[in-house]
Design a protein around this ligand. Structure first.
Ligand SMILES: Nc1ncnc2c1ncn2[C@@H]1O[C@H](COP(=O)(O)OP(=O)(O)O)[C@@H](O)[C@H]1O
Ligand SMILES: [Mg+2]
Length: 253
């Protein structure tokens, strides 16, 4: 059974079909790429999977359960986390506090307890801090914990976003152009980072990315979208040699 699958998912905005009859199947432990030119519908596919958009047609299944149309927090609680195409860190918060936001999403502490600072809340807060520090240690950002998130170099900010998503303890991680704006060296580092966290945290990963070196280097399989349609799928070698892909995407660069 696939961990995540979409069945003929279609997303229309008025007269525009952003995603058309999308069928993806992602097995546990896979790293799967989703590529295609700008406007192809990649981010919309993520929005549908994570509950930001309810598809016009089709179904999304996660771990055997139909999650189509569920609220974002319900889907997050089932173990799907994502990052966004543009950095969305809390600028005025420290690195540690940004990770804590992710932790609290998982623990969803009772607001009443939080207001009164009851022991239950304080204990859970301490647990969350310890967990967040562990996470930062594991990804090599421990020494940056108290710095402002925005004072980090760009590559580390993008990594911090991924760490914040990890704080929700997901089994599936959706990364939307994590290497955007990175130089070749940072992209290469990110590729190793993605592989490492996949192994370390037992993740299954769906990755949108334009940096071909990253996509081809890290993905087991790739789906190619163009104007909402899936024009190709296969392993990196097959995708790189597919004339339709070369014409639609690789050739256009
Ligand atoms: N909320 C929305 N309302 C209207 N059109 C949208 C919305 N979200 C995305 N689109 C359109 O859907 C198409 C696919 O967009 P998107 O999924 O962001 O593409 P990609 O991530 O592949 O670049 C684009 O034409 C975009 O303008
Ligand atoms: Mg996008």
């Amino acid at each position: 059974m696939a961990l995540l699958s979409t069945e003929r998912v279609t997303m229309r905005f008025g007269g525009l079909t952003a995603v058309s009859r999308l069928d993806v199947r992602i097995e546990k432990d896979e790293i799967v790429g989703l590529i295609g030119p700008n406007g192809a519908g990649k981010t919309t596919a993520f929005n549908v999977i994570t509950g930001m958009n309810t598809p016009t047609e089709g179904r999304v299944l996660f771990a055997g359960e139909d999650i189509t149309g569920m609220a974002r927090h319900q889907i997050a609680r089932r173990g799907i986390a994502r990052t966004f195409q543009n950095i969305r860190l809390f600028k005025e918060m420290s690195v540690l506090e940004n990770v804590l936001v992710g932790c609290h999403l998982r623990l969803h502490p009772n607001l009443f307890e939080a207001t009164l600072h009851l022991p239950g809340y304080r204990r859970r807060d301490a647990e969350a801090r310890a967990f967040a520090m562990d996470l930062l240690r594991e990804v090599g950002l421990e020494s940056n914990a108290d710095e402002l998130a925005t004072s980090l170099p760009y590559g580390k900010q993008r990594r911090l976003e991924i760490v914040r998503a990890l704080a929700t303890r997901p089994s599936m991680l959706l990364l939307d152009e994590p290497a955007a704006g990175m130089n070749p060296h940072e992209s290469l580092e990110l590729m190793h980072f993605i592989r490492r966290i996949r192994d370390q945290f037992g993740l299954t990963i769906l990755l949108i990315e334009h940096h071909m070196q990253v996509v081809m280097g890290v993905c087991h399989r790739i789906y190619v979208l163009e104007y909402g349609q899936t024009i190709a799928q296969g392993d990196p070698a097959a995708i790189q040699n597919d004339p339709k892909v070369i014409e639609a995407y690789l050739g256009a660069q």
